[in-house]
Write a protein that binds this ligand. Structure first.
Ligand code: EPU
Length: 291
């Protein structure tokens, strides 16, 4: 029997997660909620703890592969915690669910430089810091000034830049929810920032299947080598499993051609891993989170 209490945050039951992932794949979850504040997020986590339910924190579901079958526990999406505040002439504070694209556009308009390398990366600010999102022109790490989090015990924590350790596609916290991030940017001009952003967006559009349903790059790059190039050299571009396909545009993307299942995606993940291991002796590591 679930413990019931008066909650501000609203849960939906049996929510199909395919509606909340950029892959458009995923079965129903026991509970799904979209808290609007840190207080509501804390309530949702407490509800899960008191009822012994597993918790999965997601942003806008852009780096996520969700299984086809029932997902036990609570899925908490931060996408409604989306405030962006200019806190000084060069500092911006964003709530975890703020879309990265909106943050880039807001800082671009104000001629603030530092986030251009992230142009075109989908998802939320919290997700970007959690995994130190980036590309070949850099990652979010250098501009992160501080991070506020909520632990799974409901404790609020604050980390200053000097406490934060980032690695390649790995942010500074693991078992805590990032609730707010402050970024320290550099004064530039709108024209200059916009020019860089546009250039990176153009490059990305030419080399990645941006309009397809996908979860971005599936694997981390093993060191300096592009995982996409390795998979490509195994001749796997265009390979399908049911309605899932290794993108003919960039081999580190798996795309949903419409109606793909998580198990079809998993089968292509397995194929790419085996092929790259056999041919190059390299074990590819997943960049996407699988739940
Ligand atoms: N390449 C191929 N075949 C492919 C893909 C790439 O030959 O199918 C070659 C390219 O021609 C290029 C080299 O590999 O010479 C590098 O390719 P790219 O510039 O696309 O960079 P990447 O290392 O494959 C990384 C990030 C991307 C990010 C791009 C651009 C990772 C895992 N991937 O890809 O990030 O957009 O740089 O900055 O770090 C993501 O994280 O979701 C993602 C897509």
């Amino acid at each position: 029997m679930l413990k019931v209490q008066l909650l501000q945050v609203r849960f939906t039951k049996e929510e199909r997660l395919c509606w909340h992932t950029s892959f458009h794949i995923g079965g129903p979850a026991d509970y799904f909620c979209t808290p609007c504040s840190t207080a509501e997020l804390a309530e949702a986590i407490q509800f899960a703890r008191e009822n012994g339910l597993p918790v999965h924190i997601v942003g806008s579901g852009t780096n996520l592969l969700v299984r086809d079958s029932h997902v036990p526990g609570i899925i908490i999406s931060t996408k409604k915690m989306k405030g962006i505040f200019l806190t000084s002439s060069t500092e911006v504070t964003a709530q975890c669910g703020a879309p990265l694209a909106q943050l880039i556009s807001a800082t671009c308009e104000r001629g603030l430089s530092g986030l251009e390398a992230l142009a075109g990366i989908p998802g939320t600010v919290g997700g970007a810091v959690f995994m130190n999102a980036g590309g070949k022109y850099g990652s979010i790490a250098p501009v992160v000034q501080s991070v506020s989090t909520l632990t799974m015990d409901g404790e609020r924590r604050f980390y200053d830049r000097s406490d934060l350790r980032f690695e390649y596609r790995k942010g500074p916290v693991t078992d805590e929810v990032i609730t707010e991030v402050s970024l320290s940017l550099n004064r530039s001009s709108e024209t200059q920032v916009r020019c860089l952003v546009t250039g990176i967006l153009r490059e990305r559009a030419a080399s990645q299947p941006l309009s397809a349903m996908s979860a971005g790059c599936i694997f981390k790059n093993p060191g300096e080598i592009s995982a996409g190039k390795l998979i490509d050299e195994c001749g796997l571009k265009g390979q399908t499993s049911g309605r899932a396909q290794i993108s003919p545009v960039h081999a580190n993307f798996i795309v949903n051609l419409g109606g793909a299942t998580a198990s079809e995606v998993q089968s292509l993940i397995g194929l790419a891993r085996r092929s790259v291991a056999e041919r190059f002796g390299i074990e590819l590591e997943l960049e996407v989170t699988v739940i």
